[in-house]
Every structure is written in C-alpha cells, then in structure tokens.
Design a protein around this ligand. Sequence first.
Ligand code: PLP
Length: 362
Amino acid sequence: MNRVYNFSAGPSMLPVPVLEKAAADIFDYQGCGMSVMEMSHRTSDFDKIIKDAETLLRDLLNIPENYKVLFLQGGASTQFAAVPLNLMNKNNKADYVITGQFSKKAYKEAQKYGDVRLVASSEDKNNTYIPQLKREDFRPDADYVHVCFNNTIYGTKYNYIPDTGDVPLVADMSSCILSEPVDVTKFGMIYAGAQKNVAPAGLTIVIIRDDLIGNARPDTPVMLDYKTQAEGGSMYNTPPCWCIYIAKLVFEWLKELGGLEAMKERNVKKAAILYDYLDSQDYYIAAAEKPYRSMMNVTFVTGDPELDKKFASEAGENGFKSIKGHRSVGGMRASIYNAMPIEGVEKLVEFMKKFAKENPKG
Ligand SMILES: *Cc1c(COP(=O)(O)O)cnc(C)c1O
C-alpha cells in the first residue's frame, strides 16, 4: 500500500482503519451477502447503521436531547438556502457575518428570502482575521445569526463563540466539526458537509434545536424542510447510505481514540508543528492572524507567486498532495484534518526546510 499525504481541503483523507473496515465489508456486510452500497435503506441492517451513527455522534458531541440530528444530502451549500427557508420565519430578518467565501455565499443566498443584514466582514483584510462581535452588534429581533466557524479557504477560525443573546446562532462547521469538543447548547443549529472531516462527499450533517423546526416558509421545498427530515428520521427519501455508513465508522474511530478531547489534543499538537515552524523563520509567511489561526487549514505563502507554484508542484511530486492554495488566495494551504497523521505534518515541515534551502529568494 502506497498512501500519499493528502492535504486537500476536501474531499480529504479518511482514517486508514476506516478504509480497511469498509474494504473488508465491501462484498458481504456482516453476513448480508451484499455491501452497504447495495442495501435498501428500509432494511433492519441499514436502520441499525443510521441509528448507531446518530447515537455515536450524539455521544461524541454531547448533543442534548432537545436537538435533532439529520443526515441530509446537497452539501453545506444547500443549507445556505435551507437555513433562511426554515428559520427566517418570525420577523423575516437575519444577521450574517462574512469571514470568507462560504459565509459570503450563505449571505447572498439568504438575501433572496428577507431582510438580511451584514453585521461585520473581514474582507477589508482579505479574511485574515475574525471580527470581535458583541451582543449589541446583533439585532435583537433577528430570527437568527449566521457565522462560518472555520474558514476553509483562508485558514481562520472563531476563537470564541459569539454571544447573540436570545437570537439563535447558526454555524457552518463543515471544516472543523469533530476536530475538538464544542458546546452545542450555545448554538441553535450547526451544519457541516461531511467531506472534510467525516465521510465521503454526499452527506450533510445538521444538528438543530427542536424549537427551530416546524416553522418553515410555506414555499419551502419538502426536501429542504427540517420537519420533513426530522419526522422521517432522515429517510423521507433515499438517504446517502454509504456516506452514513462511513460516517459511522469514523465516529467509532474517534470514540476508540478517546473522543473529541483526545482528538483535540492530537490536532493541537499537529497544527503546532506547522505553525511553530512558520513562526521560526522568514522564508514562508503564515497568512492568517495568529489569534484566529485554524487548526484544520494552514495557509501560507512565500511572497513570490512563482516560488509558490514551484512549491506546490514539487510537494506533489514528493507525495504531499493538493497543497496549492485556493485559486482566490494563491500560495499554499495544508489541510490537516483529523485523519492526517502527525508524521504527515512532520514530513511536510522537513520538505519545506529543504525547499527553502534549495530555492533562495532573489
Ligand atoms: C467545503 C465547505 C462548504 C461547501 O460545502 P459543499 O458540501 O461542497 O456544499 C461550505 N462551507 C464550508 C466552511 C466549507 O468548508
């Protein structure tokens, strides 16, 4: 087996033990004579898979009883519309914070549905920081506040949970979910596309407080109504069965590792290897401001676009894949999600040192 270190922002690495388990089950899942990919979602075998997945996720994130867990399709981007359709229903107002491209997309989508106010934006400094928000910054009569908790493209993350008072806080956690413990009770809703830290692309996880379900706008497509999905146990139609199965295996992997406290410890250590090196030299420049650095997406540049290009290409040849920064930012981005082993980051730093030595700046 010749595995590369895949630094892709998504879809991204899955833990090897999970792939091994999935491979072992591929022809005959637990004596069923078929794989989970071929199985009806109405069978008791699949019912057990989806229920176990939910139980494991509730356990890992300590999700209270008064929250529903939904396993949906459409990616995080579909939630950009589903959130206003379901939640912008009392005063027809919502407050948004822009800290990168995904939060901007969410903001633009929500504008179709009501009075959407931009509370703050970090675009003035190319999204290298997170605005400090106080309760007074939000409209008390907004139906919800929307933030993107970890900004995949820019490599920043909220280092605090905004206090929105009684207004429900909705967070896109696509690129940081399950990387560390999070106090779910501080949020009205959390959503995440699975392909960064959980499973293959095709699954979106929604964690939503009960009182926010059941008041969707009348013109909400039935598939986007959280009530439909909650009542149907995420099986109103065919769910993304295979992705849910892999998610279950990932949840088991996390549990065996010691849960999210243990995962956080590992992630802190892993990110520090890269950030400590970036701070110790002046060949590479870390893109994000220090207090807001993401533990999952590490962005950096050499300051010379030609060297950046050479770096990404030579890194690829040496087994460090997909390290080129997002096309809107340039430079490099090392996405070091849960499944990236510590050795991957250690070896990347060795490669960075070697590249700096071999390519002095003119
Ligand atoms: C990847 C990503 C998205 C888009 O996810 P899709 O599942 O492709 O729609 C949205 N938000 C964040 C924070 C992301 O990282």
